[in-house]
Structure formats: C-alpha cells, structure tokens
Design a protein around this ligand. Structure first.
Ligand code: HEM
Length: 502
C-alpha cells in the first residue's frame, strides 16, 4: 500500500534531481542483485506464469495507473488472457499470486493451512492489532460468531422498521429546503449514522458527528505512507485513532455500566454482545479488543455500503428503463400499504425484487470491494504451481464477474441475470461479499439498508447529475470522481408522475 501512494504523489515524476537519479539507479542495481539471489531460492519450484516486473517496484506503477483510470479490470484481464487464471506479479513491494476463477476462489476462500488473513501494516495500525482483520483461528471464530449472531436474518428482519425510521429522518434532515446535494458524502453520512445507531446504540448528535469527523481522518491513513511523523497523513490518522479510542472507550464503559445495572436488552447492540462474550477459558474480551472490533466494524460496514448506494443513484439517473422499472416497483410497495408512505417492514423489502437485482448487477459490474490479499505462511501448492512462503495471494472479484464462461455477455448491464427463474451461478463465482470462512456477515443487512434508501429516495425525489458523464475513480474503492453532485426536487404528492425528467 505504501508504494502505491508514493507513485500517486504528483511531485514524484516532476521534481526528480540528478543525485536522486543516481541514488535510484544504485538502489535498482542492488535490488536487481537481491532479486536475482532471491530468484535462485525458488530454483526447482514451478512458480505460476507471469511477470514480476521491475526490481522493487514490480508492476505497481502500471497497476496504480490502471486503477486511477478505472481500467483495473483491463489490467487484470490482459494478464488472465496471457497467463491463465493463476499468475504471478509483484505489487506494493510483495511478490503476489493472483488467483481467479472458480477453483482459485474456492482454494483461497477456504483459507487452508498456510493461507493467513492479514491486512497491510497501515490498516493494522489504524484499526488496531485486535481488529477482526488481524485475528484468526479460535479468536476469529469467537468474535465472528458474535457478529453473525447479531446480524442473523431473524434478528435484522425485526429491526427493518427501526432502520426505516433512521433513513426517513436522515433524508428529511439533509434534504429539506435544499435543491442540490453531493451524493457521496450524503450517502456516507446516512450509512455511518445507521451503523452507529443500530450496531452501537450511538444516537444522532454531537458525539456521533465527532466520531464521523475523526473516522474520516483516520481512514485516510489506511492507504498512506506509514510514516508517523508530524505533517504526514499517517500521523494525522494515528492521532485521530487516539481520539476515537478515547470516545469509544467512554461509550464501552457506559454500555458496561448499563449491563451491570440490568436496565438494557443485551441483544440491542453489538457492544453488549462483545461484553457478554467468554472465550474457552471463560475469560471476557479486554477493552482494547472491543475497541478495535468497533473500529473494524465501522470500517467494514459503511464505506462499501456507501459505494453501492452511490453507484445505484448514478445508474438510475442514467438508465431511464431501469429507473422506471425500479420506480414502478417501489410505488407498488406504497400501493400495497394503502397509498400510505411510511412504515416499511421485511414483507415490503421482499417485494423489492427487481430493485435488489439491479443492486446485485451493480455489484457484479463494480464490486465495492475489488478483492483482497492473504499472506502465505508456508510453501503451498495450487493447480500444479508452487506458491512460496512470504508471498501474498490476491483474489479479485472481476476475475469471475467478467468471465464470459460464467456470465453471458458480461459487459452488458443486465439485472435479469439474477432472476431466480433463470440459471443460478456456480458457487465461488459471484463474490461481491467474498465467500467461505470470511464471507461478509453484513450481506442481508446491506440488502435492507440499500433497499430502504432507494425506496425513499426514488419515491420522494427526482434528480439529475450536475456533472454529465462524471467518471468513476478507484481510490482504491470505486467512487464517482467528483462526489456525484445532483440537482433534485421533491416529487409532488402525485406519485403517478413518471420518469426522472426534471
Ligand atoms: C455493499 C456493502 C458490502 C460489501 C460489498 C461487503 C463486502 C465484503 C467482502 C468482500 C468481505 C470479505 C473480504 C475478504 O474475504 O477478503 C467482507 C467482510 C466483512 N464485512 Fe462486508 N461488505 C459490505 C457491507 C458490510 C456491512 C454493512 C457490514 C456490517 C456488519 C459488514 C461487515 C463485514 C465484516 C465484519 C467482515 C469481515 C468478516 C470476517 O473477517 O470474518 N460488511 N465484506
């Protein structure tokens, strides 16, 4: 991740002095020698095909360039076409094997012996050493169990009404009296609000706003050079983490006190679940662990949901046919409720079948999580190739989402491919939420949250993009480049008005 930022820096290409060139040349020679030496270490091994690129930097420059131009799928597919579904490269300073296709996904997601889940150093520093993304084995099983229990379908189906109210309040708080809004920060606030309320019992107010501001600073450190000195992005992020810890620690103490007083329903928020957990030695989690878990849940839940919501709004303003079908379906929901807009329950969410298919197709086209790394902790073998200890493996959603042998005409945006009546896709091929041991436990929650937001947004407002053809950039997640500003106005009471023409 660190190298990725180095090459993103605008001054890197323009202000290079002669001593720097000499130094870089020397470094490249040393690295070349080192590389050659290391290469001999793998003599006799059958490494996957592919190129490790230049010494030290590997193929990072071309990857970051592709990412910036939203051409990362092309980067990936160029190599898949040339080398096959498993290939080697070197990115961000680490030799990497990219595993794609159903078999590759199955192998990686099963997390067998020698494949460990670990995030880059920057993410580990910001989210903490006890974060869910750093732990494995029985500790991961214990804590994941609490999260899965909290998010189990029977439970979240019961709180649809609560989430619905939060969405309605937030829309009216942010949009009443306005005629334009930037969708990216707007959806971010909605998703953050819902996460804070539903998961941690933190209501709307000053404390939540401070958390939002501090988290926005902290998260920037996840993709920065890990240099913790005054003036750097990483330093600011670490300071924000320290302030976040102070606030969250107070909240955790408060939840502990409430539990001791016996005045609360312990199923109400996930901090109670963490506080109630006991490990195999009947020991509770320590406070730092709970704190890092809360930070990892904030990170996991709100950014990816924001992306899905933004891409949905963008698509709906561009595709009139899909827009009209979604609008029609959402109006049907209001009709079924006797024309009264308001309380939406799980039954109504189930009526939003077409709208959810559109969301599924958005995630096939633009997976909010592009892919993720795993570390190789001992020499392993896959499909006749050796993957040495110390390398990393990368799974990439588009490696199957854009595979024409799985998804017919993959470049075509077609929500009907998710009709339950048409063919279902083989396991490990549609993976916006990952799969296996680490599959996203929030998928059902995402469906409820995104359908509620789209329901209220499309039935109450019409909108138009202010910047025509605003592109997507991956930074590294796929966001509209300028934050997707839209001009909008409330629909009149007459829901019969068709389309999105304003
Ligand atoms: C559109 C929204 C979302 C997408 C696309 C998404 C995607 C993913 C993916 C791909 C993974 C697996 C990463 C890997 O295996 O390398 C993951 C893990 C995770 N997600 Fe989500 N996610 C979303 C929303 C949420 C929400 C709302 C929550 C709320 C709790 C959540 C909680 C988590 C957690 C806790 C993990 C880690 C699971 C573990 O390591 O056991 N996600 N997510």
């Amino acid at each position: 991740m660190d190298l990725m930022i180095l090459f993103e820096h605008p001054s890197f290409e323009s202000k290079v002095s002669s001593p720097t060139i000499i130094l870089v040349t020397l470094l490249a020679l040393v690295a070349g020698f080192y590389y050659k030496h290391k290469a001999s270490k793998h003599a006799g091994k059958k490494l996957p095909p592919g190129s490790l690129g230049f010494p030290l930097v590997g193929e990072s420059i071309s990857l970051v360039r592709a990412q910036k131009r939203d051409k990362i799928d092309d980067w990936m597919w160029k190599r898949i076409d040339k080398f096959g579904p498993i290939f080697k490269t070197s990115i961000f300073g680490t030799k990497t094997v990219v595993l794609t296709g159903q078999a590759g996904n199955r192998f990686l997601f099963s997390g067998g012996d020698g494949i460990s889940y670990k995030q880059p150093k920057t993410i580990a520093s910001i989210l903490g050493k006890y974060s869910l993304f750093e732990i494995s084995g029985s500790r991961h099983k214990l804590i994941r169990g609490a999260i899965v229990g909290f998010l189990k379908p029977e439970r979240i189906q019961k709180i649809v009404g609560e989430i619905n109210l939060l969405v309605q309040q937030q829309l009216s708080k942010e949009l009443d009296g306005e005629d334009s809004v930037k969708i990216v920060p707007f959806m971010k606030r909605i998703a953050f609000n819902i996460t804070c309320n539903i998961f941690f019992g933190i209501p709307d107010g000053k404390e939540k706003d401070t958390l939002f501001e501090e988290f926005s600073v902290a998260v920037k450190g996840c993709w920065a050079v890990p240099l913790d000195i005054p003036g750097t992005v990483f330093h600011r992020a670490m300071q924000a983490r320290a302030r976040l810890c102070k606030i969250l620690s107070k909240i955790i103490d408060e939840r502990k006190r409430q539990m001791e007083e016996g005045t609360v329903d312990v199923n109400e928020n996930i901090i109670y679940s963490f506080l109630s957990l006991r490990d195999e030695n009947d020991e509770p989690l320590i406070e730092e662990e709970i704190l890092d878990m809360v930070l990892s849940l904030i990170m996991a839940s709100h950014d990816s949901t924001t992306i899905l919501l933004c891409l949905l709004v963008r698509l709906l303003s561009r595709d009139a046919e899909i827009y009209n079908k979604v609008l029609e379906e959402q109006r049907e929901v209001i009709k079924v409720k006797g024309g009264r807009d308001g309380k939406i329950t799980w039954n109504e969410i189930q009526m939003m079948k077409y709208s959810w298919r559109v969301a599924q197709e958005v995630m096939r086209f633009y997976p909010p999580i592009f892919g993720n790394f795993r570390q190789i902790t001992k020499d392993i073998e896959f499909d006749g190739f050796d993957i040495p200890k110390g390398w990393q493996v990368l799974w990439v959603a588009s490696g199957t989402h854009m595979d024409k042998s799985i998804f017919e005409d993959p470049e075509k945006f077609d929500p009907s491919r998710f009709d339950t009546s048409s063919k279902t896709f083989p396991p490990y091929t549609y993976v916006p939420f990952g799969a296996g041991l680490r599959i996203c436990p929030g998928a059902d929650f995402v469906r409820i949250e995104s359908m509620l937001v789209i329901h209220h947004f499309i039935t109450k407002y019409q909108w138009k993009e202010i910047i025509p053809d605003e592109p997507i950039i991956r930074d590294p997640m796929p966001y509209p480049a300028m934050g997707l500003p839209v001009k909008f106005y409330p629909r009149s009471g007459d829901l019969a008005i068709a389309g999105n023409d304003i």
